[in-house]
Design a protein around this ligand. Structure first.
Ligand code: KG4
Ligand code: ZN
Length: 345
């Protein structure tokens, strides 16, 4: 089954063709990072306009890279929730129109489910039951899956997402958007033990990342001997390169520690055979290394190839394939709705 997967929920316009859930025939991603980095974050109105410009060329490129025409596609899959409304509208309208005109079965997917299924793209077949840590710019959740297409949220953030925290700490340190890769790069020259940052005490399997961001802010103010009323945008220019590297390393170390501790706790409660990382933050190499170490003797650990960690169309196609295989029905493209927020289903 060949599925055309379309993704436009945030700031990447992406389309891919994947055969039987894991054989990638093409994968095209046009990122808007260069546009939004000038503003230090994603501007929704600009994102939507950029998707409009990119969506048709990206879909055409995905077809031509695969050496196919639309007639060779068995299913059109698209992200319809959650995400930025204007961004979601562009991808879903394109997908619905193509499905209607060509009379191709249509299947909408949840963005977080797609991130999880990026793990099936590398040819691996993670064993169930499993725990998936969805760590992206908008979400931080631990999801328990007993089988395909079955999702139980067992832990979630009570405030900021972990990726959002990377982005906000990067801003404090004067590093560019997106903050995750910038922090990881700066941290390479830093001492992760230089600044002791607190691990938030949150009950159950839940997270809190806004306190960690504030802890970095206070530590920077203290390091520079400035009052806590000093606005964060005035701090970055006063830090030297080594201080930035040490703060980046200390923050990254703590954020990863928080996540791994909760995953270890989750694995004592839920009988998982595999641990999966999913979402943009799963591109972080230290997180991959530390997670592998933490579960080396007890569980099989999986993470997507780095290019499939962040938003792409291939993961959409893979998620759709396994849901359809599990018996899920197609959707009428005329009646599809989008939603900026929704729990994984
Ligand atoms: O999944 P994604 O592409 O978009 C959302 O669905 O949110 O994730 C984007 C997030 C951003 O917050 C970005 O800073 C973070 O993923 N990210 C990273 C790394 N690469 C991207 N965070 C930590 N380390 C990285 N190497
Ligand atoms: Zn995403």
């Amino acid at each position: 089954m060949r599925i055309l997967g379309i993704e436009s929920s945030c700031d990447e316009t992406a389309a891919a063709i994947v055969e039987n859930g894991s054989n990638i025939l093409s994968n095209v991603v046009v990122s808007q990072i260069d546009i939004h980095s000038a503003y230090g974050g994603v501007i929704p109105e600009i994102a939507a306009r950029s998707h409009i410009e990119a969506i048709n060329p990206v879909i055409n490129q995905a077809l031509s890279d695969a050496g196919l025409t639309i007639k060779d596609v068995d299913v059109i899959a698209v992200t319809h929730t959650p995400g930025l409304v204007g961004s979601l509208l562009v991808g879903t309208l394109a997908a619905r129109t193509i499905a209607i005109i060509n009379n191709i079965p249509f299947y909408p997917t949840h963005h977080l489910k797609s991130h999880i299924y990026a793990n099936w793209l590398s040819g691996h077949q993670p064993e169930f039951p499993l725990l998936a840590a969805v760590v992206s710019g908008g979400h931080t959740q631990i999801i328990y899956m007993e089988r395909h297409d079955h999702f139980e949220i067992i832990g979630t953030t009570r405030d900021d997402a972990i990726g959002e925290c990377f982005d906000k700490v990067a801003k404090i340190l004067g590093l560019p958007y997106p903050g995750g890769p910038a922090i990881a790069k700066a941290a390479k020259n830093g001492d992760a033990q230089k600044y002791k940052l607190p691990i938030p005490q949150v009950s159950d399997l839940d997270f809190s990342f806004s306190g960690l961001k504030t802890a970095v802010l206070r530590a920077v103010q203290k390091e520079l001997d400035l009052p806590i009323t000093t606005p964060s945008h005035e701090l970055a220019t006063k830090l030297n390169e080594q201080q930035i590297a040490d703060f980046a390393a200390s923050f990254q170390y703590t954020a990863i520690k928080i996540l791994i501790q909760k995953l270890q706790k989750a694995s004592t409660i839920h009988p998982a055979k595999s641990i999966l990382l999913a979402g943009g933050v799963s591109a972080n190499q230290l997180l991959r290394d530390e997670l592998t170490k933490a579960f080396a003797k007890t569980r099989q650990v999986y993470f997507p190839e780095p290019k499939f960690s962040t938003d792409n169309g291939a993961m959409v196609a893979s998620a759709a394939y396994y849901s359809i295989q599990a018996g899920d029905k197609f959707t009428d493209p005329y009646s599809l709705d989008i939603s900026p927020r929704s729990a994984i289903y």
